[in-house]
Design a protein around this ligand. Structure first.
Ligand SMILES: Cc1cc2nc3c(=O)[nH]c(=O)nc-3n(C[C@H](O)[C@H](O)[C@H](O)COP(=O)(O)OP(=O)(O)OC[C@H]3O[C@@H](n4cnc5c(N)ncnc54)[C@H](O)[C@@H]3O)c2cc1C
Length: 387
């Protein structure tokens, strides 16, 4: 008998557990988040009760081992949660995304047993996290960061400013990257677990943004901020590695946010074009419109496969660097294209705030900027495939 390999199911075939989880998040997003999306965007303010619900529902410890209060799940499950939230609101999605794919992920991989036992019970129940790498003069060139960490009698003293920090207005724990020895260049960079209550830590201005307006993006100010030795994350001088490796995984989450946004835009578009009549019939009956919608569906499907593939590779312990970069750049371009089509097919209604799609168009843009711009993703892909 020849060996007959068991066929691998399609990437979009979910296990029973994954299906139940996705459906639960979808229902929550529809019932609890959707009614507030417009007001939160207008006010540029996310509702604290929704953040509390993310914790209650177990969305803030998806991959954290059960022994520390998490769900012991996979990055694929985080992708499902982020996608479903972003179908309704990309801002809601980014709260959950940063907390899981950056903060919990870095703590899970790099912290000591003592730190995990101390932080995870809080990170899974009430303490929102943020990831603070960027600075005014160092974005793409992240390791040119200027925040300094000097030895102090009782640990470390951090001084500098961090820019554009997502979740920053509400977060209690910040993973802050600072250089402990500039003579070593990027090999002086070290990650610190900084709590909001630490002396010398404060929040600066809140950004007034084009999109994901309800998500908080703030400046952090560190003035002789005192951080105990117990709050160094990973080895001193390995912060660059922690940042790179964490962001490689984080990009899968941004891909998930973008496919959710694109899927939401497509759903709005199909519904509207079936209702809106011109020339005596619904505009969805015009073949030109049907083809535009079909092309958007092709885009969403293809982008979803790139995201699911990167997530499944990561969960299988296989290399996923190139695939994560591909999923991020492609999904964010698809989100921009599909939300732009939505605006077009809503006509004048696509341009006004009374209808949902102008927000989607604004929200889509961030996918090509944060966690590495599209040019930087291309650079990563090129380096992997060309050498
Ligand atoms: C809403 C929002 C939320 C954010 N959240 C966080 C967060 O939580 N934590 C955090 O640390 N940071 C965060 N950021 C920062 C974000 O990661 C940076 O904005 C991003 O990495 C780009 O850096 P920059 O803005 O300095 O742009 P720059 O690096 O100045 O880039 C400007 C342009 O030049 C291009 N460019 C730069 N270098 C190259 C190159 N070598 N080759 C080709 N093109 C190049 C870029 O692609 C881009 O188009 C956030 C930003 C925003 C807007």
């Amino acid at each position: 008998m020849p060996d007959i390999a068991v066929p691998t199911p399609a990437l979009t075939v979910l296990s029973d557990e994954e299906t139940m989880f996705r459906d639960a998040v979808r229902e929550f997003a529809e019932t609890d988040v959707r009614p507030h999306v417009y007001d939160m965007d207008q006010a540029a303010q996310f509702r604290p009760d929704l953040i509390a619900k993310f914790f209650e529902l177990g969305l803030m410890g998806i991959e954290v081992p059960e022994e520390y209060g998490g769900s012991g799940g996979t990055i694929f499950m985080a992708v499902l949660a982020i996608e479903e939230l972003a179908r309704v609101d990309a801002s809601a999605a980014i709260y959950v995304d940063v907390h899981n794919t950056l903060v919990n992920n870095a703590v899970g991989r790099w912290s000591s047993e003592e730190q995990k036992a101390r932080l995870f019970p809080r990170l899974t129940t009430e303490m929102l996290g943020a990831f603070a790498l960027s600075e005014p003069a160092s974005g793409s060139d992240a390791f040119a960061l200027e925040t300094r960490a000097n030895r102090a009698s009782d640990g470390w003293s951090l001084t500098g400013r961090k820019f554009w920090i997502t979740n920053g207005a509400e977060a209690e724990l910040f993973i802050v990257f600072a250089n402990t020895d500039f003579s070593k260049g990027y090999k002086g960079i070290t990650a610190f677990l900084v709590e909001r209550s630490f002396p010398g830590f404060s929040i600066g201005k809140k950004e007034n943004k084009l999109g994901i307006r309800a998500s908080s993006t703030v400046e952090l100010i560190l003035e002789d901020c005192r951080v105990p030795d117990d709050n160094v994350l990973g080895p001193v001088g390995q912060g660059y590695k922690i940042a790179i490796e964490t962001l490689n995984e984080g990009r899968i989450g941004i891909g998930a946010q973008m496919i959710g946004l694109a899927a939401g835009a497509l759903e709005h578009t199909i519904k509207y074009t079936k209702e809106r009549k011109q020339f005596g019939k619904p505009i969805a009956e015009f073949q030109a419109v049907q083809h535009q919608i079909a092309r958007a569906a092709v885009d969403v499907e293809a982008a979803r496969l790139t995201v699911y593939n990167a997530a499944r590779l990561r969960d299988a312990g296989k290399p996923f660097l190139t695939e994560a970069a591909i999923c991020k750049i492609f999904s964010s371009e698809v989100a921009e294209r599909v939300s732009s089509l939505a605006v077009n097919l809503f006509g004048g209604n696509g341009f006004v705030k009374e209808y949902p799609v102008e927000k989607l168009f604004r929200d889509a843009k961030i996918g090509q900027i944060y966690e590495g711009t599209s040019n930087l993703q291309l650079q990563t892909i090129a380096k992997q495939i060309i050498g």
